[in-house]
Design a protein around this ligand. Sequence first.
Ligand code: FE
Ligand code: FE
Ligand code: ZN
Length: 279
Amino acid sequence: MIAIFNIGCHLSISGGFYALGEAILSLGGNTAQFFTRNPRGGSAKAIDNDDVKKYLSFAKENGIGTLLAHASYTMNLCSGDAKIREFARNTLADDILRMEKIPGQLYNFHPGSHVGQGVEAGIEMISDALNSVLKEDQTTTVLLETMAGKGSEVGGRFEEIREIIDRTELKEKMGVCLDTCHVYDAGYDIVNDLDGVLQKFDDVIGLDRLKAIHINDDKNPLGSHKDRHEKIGEGTIGVEAFTRIINHPRLRQLPFLLETPNELDGYAKEIALLKSIYK
Ligand code: FE
Ligand code: FE
Ligand code: ZN
């Protein structure tokens, strides 16, 4: 069986889903990521049912696959401030409710920053929030993003991701999004030991939980905990490593989403580059 390469980039949803679908095709991709609301927080635009309907038939006709929604960066489920935690919980609930209008997609969020009270307390708060928000009948899969381990970020170690999932009751609604820049920054050497890192992921979390890849090069060396994305081929990860990543038998069927510092033309070039090295 020939695998389909699922490739896309981060795009704006401000024109609606149908416009997003057209943008995906114009860039040569077949998937995309979008923010559910302003990335720095704030309110979300109402979802237009006609637009969703139009998008769904367009996506079917043109082979557009699963989309990845990304929560706003300000959504911190493990803040030390109860008000911020409550706001984050409400945002999560509202985002998932809205995602159900376009059933069966993926929703990714940064686990959060504990800012002082410690990683254990942070993990507890994150899983508490998930337990209060996740619903048995939801079709959206919620993904925890692997983080660079900057500051007090939770999710820089696979063990932390595992613990959040362990404490979440509706585990079947949960998955993981691996960000190549973040894991390299966190100290997982996907350049020289991709198999070893994936083995570790499998041992700790389970590769069956891995549902999407953020494909970003890195401005900084292994283990630097900085989280600065770079264009594909211009960073410390490099094209050779990305060739191994996108073609790896355990990864090649997943959706790959670019979050590199690019305008649309730059994204189109990176999508073309990655397609040319996909075997
Ligand atoms: Fe992210
Ligand atoms: Fe990311
Ligand atoms: Zn990042």
